[in-house]
Design a protein around this ligand. Structure first.
Ligand code: AAL
Length: 354
């Protein structure tokens, strides 16, 4: 009886050699005019790209000036590139040349849940209206600050935007800090995967309801096999403005950082990036909850917002191109990614022989 290694058994169990390259791709990147790196300004975390009456639109985090981090003693000091941010939007006739149109959302008046920063948006065009979901921070912004997710609604991409009165989603109330120092790693109890932060919201109409996927960050966060302890969750609502109820199956990923999902057939496809043992894997969940690994890629666009083409007959049709950010330079800026098809020639498909 031929002996089999664990790797061979695993490949057989998971059907590695029964599949073609349909879940594999690489990416190319290019600068886009109008959103290039600009001294003194951060532009990052772009939304998906939507096409409205022949024009492309995206929304993104915009902030001004350098950040100084925490612990300065000045509660007004900018902590992160995404602190004291606004959400701006841009339009394009072709996805290549972009025009910064202006402000979409600013933080609210002091004391509001989003009075410090509004950032990391995502967009959904639904039933003739436009919905932005985004991260909110209420002053002061400390290491232990818990953030929320907000929603704003408009009749047009140009706004005006109406913010909901209360956050759409909050971090879970399941952890317990240890002591009073502003150290987010000192905990009595870590709590759930989203016990400190709910980040990177993205909203889909799905199976007759609304699915709000998001990244959770945990109090007392640690580093495991492939990076930070960041996982995705989903909250589900019957109506688009909520209430959103977190799935009892959360977390729905064990890895990943910014959310990157798109509809495929009757389910949800995903590409996990940056953190965790399953980073750089393509995943699919027919039910939108139970994701299975479908493939692995070399690299991923960071904080990607794919063009929402509506195509969903092939696994990567929803990932043809889009915008993402480049945070490798002093001033974060937005670039374009494109799925690289040229590699297909390296895959010898079965019908090549016949
Ligand atoms: C982004 C996102 C969230 C984080 C920070 C700004 O890429 O993951 O928004 O808070 O980084």
């Amino acid at each position: 009886m031929k002996k089999e290694s664990a790797a061979t058994k695993r490949a057989k169990e998971r059907g590695y050699f029964d599949r073609g390259p349909e879940w594999y791709c690489e990416f190319t990147y290019e600068k886009v005019k109008g959103l290039e790196s600009e001294e003194g300004i951060h532009r990052r975390d772009p939304t998906s790209v939507i096409l409205v009456d022949g024009t492309y639109y995206t929304w993104y985090t915009k902030s001004y000036g350098a950040h100084v981090g925490f612990g300065t003693g000045d509660l007004e000091a900018k902590t992160f590139p995404w602190d004291q941010s606004e959400i701006w939007y841009a339009s394009s006739p072709d996805g290549e040349v972009w025009k910064e149109e202006g402000l979409a959302l600013a933080p609210s008046e002091r004391e509001a849940y989003d009075d410090r920063s509004v950032f990391t948006p995502e967009i959904l065009a639904w039933d003739g209206k436009f919905y932005l979901v985004y991260q909110c921070v209420q002053h002061p912004y400390l290491r232990r600050t818990k953030n929320t997710i907000g929603m704003a609604v408009a009749e047009s991409p140009a706004g005006p935007w109406r913010k909901l009165d209360a956050p759409l989603l909050k971090a879970s109330d399941t952890g317990k800090w240890k002591g009073d120092s502003d150290n987010r790693f000192l905990v009595e109890e870590k709590g759930d995967f989203d016990s400190q932060k709910v980040h990177d919201p993205v909203l889909f109409p799905f199976k007759g309801k609304f699915y709000l996927y998001y990244k959770g960050e945990r109090m007392g966060e640690e580093m495991y096999m492939g990076g930070r302890e960041t996982k995705w969750g989903v909250a589900i609502a019957d109506s688009i403005e909520g209430p959103y109820v977190k799935s009892e199956y959360n977390p729905v990923s064990n890895s990943g950082h910014e959310t990157l999902l798109w509809p495929y057939k009757d389910g949800m496809a995903a590409l996990l990036c940056t953190d965790g043992m399953e980073r750089n894997t393509m995943q699919y969940a027919e039910d939108g909850i139970n994701f299975e690994i479908m493939g692995a890629v070399k690299t991923t666009p960071e904080a990607a917002g794919p063009f929402r083409s509506g195509e969903k007959d092939t696994p990567l049709a929803g990932l043809e191109w889009g915008l993402c950010h480049d945070v490798s330079t002093p001033w974060n800026h937005i670039i374009k990614f494109r799925r690289d098809e040229s590699l297909k020639e390296y895959f010898v498909s079965k019908d090549t022989y016949e």
